[in-house]
Design a protein around this ligand. Structure first.
Ligand code: ADP
Ligand code: MG
Length: 317
């Protein structure tokens, strides 16, 4: 039988939008020493908007004329139409706002934690992370030197564009690349917003002596920017979906560890944690995997869980 006090707490929790799916995990919540937060959709709202489009190598191999921003956005949006990633939704929404049409994509497939690919007009196109380019050894300009240069006679425009992209990354933006085969056609920068509740959640958890960490598949600049903004204790960036659970195990060697995520690429990490908490309107996977579901998408509810767990179980023993 469930002790009455636990039953009461579970129902109080439910009324405040906390679904306790695993009672043992709820009990463990009072001993949490570290909480790892997923970035996108958890500490941030996961609502991206496209802020910059950078055109890189050309549409046409011979003239190397650059593809215009609208075409880049249109191709990217066409591919992303089949993805449910927050980045995909951001690109689609930005294209829609600008009245940009999308085209038909065949054989769509996702590259988990890295991007997506598909066939348009018989040609393979991809939208991928900077990590994917590194992994495949793809450079921004495919080694081609620009024929035209308005800014300077000496500097190749490849450098100017690489610099522009570095600058954008340093602003804490997420950058993805549009490729045709191995050729990089353009870069899209996206910005997300840190949830206003994240700041309070982190500072209070830290005040309770709980380590606050972040795990993300996004680039290290974005990660370090969010980490600085929220004064996190530490972060792991550019972590692939299959590596996320391993990072949780690493932290568990030292601390009783909670993991908060939205289930996009982080379900195994939620399952691995001592207390797995789903947030962000949770994907079905997140809700099924997590021990506790935060219905209101409020990271401050992590504190509430810990407090409620402490109160509940201190009354019992
Ligand atoms: P996070 O850990 O921040 O939730 P993910 O693991 O979901 O991030 O994704 C990591 C990275 O993979 C993204 O920052 C992006 O570069 C790339 N990526 C994943 N899915 C897509 C997609 N549909 N389109 C473009 N890029 C993607
Ligand atoms: Mg995620």
């Amino acid at each position: 039988a469930i002790p009455l006090v636990v039953a009461v707490s579970t129902s109080i929790a439910a009324k405040s939008g906390l679904l306790i799916r695993d009672r043992q995990a709820f009990e463990k919540a009072r001993s949490l020493e570290a909480v790892i937060f997923d970035k996108t959709g958890t500490l941030t709202e996961g609502r991206f908007g496209v802020t910059d489009v950078v055109s890189l190598s050309g549409e046409d191999d011979n003239t190397n004329e650059k593809m215009d921003d609208k075409k880049i956005l249109s191709l990217a949006a066409s591919l992303e139409a089949s993805s449910e990633h927050p980045i995909a939704r951001g690109i689609l929404e930005s294209a829609r706002e600008k009245g940009i049409e999308t085209v038909q994509v065949e054989k769509f497939s996702s590259i988990p934690g890295k991007g997506i690919e598909g066939i348009i007009d018989g040609k393979k196109f991809l939208v991928v992370s900077p990590g994917y380019l590194e992994e495949k050894g793809i450079s921004l300009n495919d080694g081609k030197i620009e024929s035209e240069n308005i800014e300077s006679e000496n500097i190749e425009s490849e450098n100017i564009e690489s610099e522009k992209i570095e600058e954008i990354k340093e602003q804490g933006k997420t950058v993805v690349f549009l490729l045709e085969g191995e050729r990089v056609l353009g870069a899209l920068a996206l910005a997300d917003i840190i949830r206003k509740e994240s700041r309070e959640a982190i500072s209070k958890l830290k005040g309770m002596g709980i380590k606050c960490l972040m795990l993300t598949g996004d680039n290290r600049y974005v990660a370090s920017w969010v980490s600085r903004e929220l004064e996190l204790d530490d972060y792991f960036a550019e972590v692939l979906p299959h590596e996320k659970a391993a990072k949780v195990i690493e932290v568990q060697k030292q601390y009783v560890t909670g993991m908060v995520g939205d289930g996009v690429n982080d379900a195994p990490a939620l399952a691995q944690a001592d207390v797995g908490i789903a947030i962000g309107a949770g994907t079905d996977v997140a809700i099924e995997t997590a021990d506790i579901v935060l219905v209101k998408n409020d990271p401050r509810d992590v504190l509430y869980i810990i407090e409620l767990s402490r109160k509940t179980y201190s009354k019992m023993y």
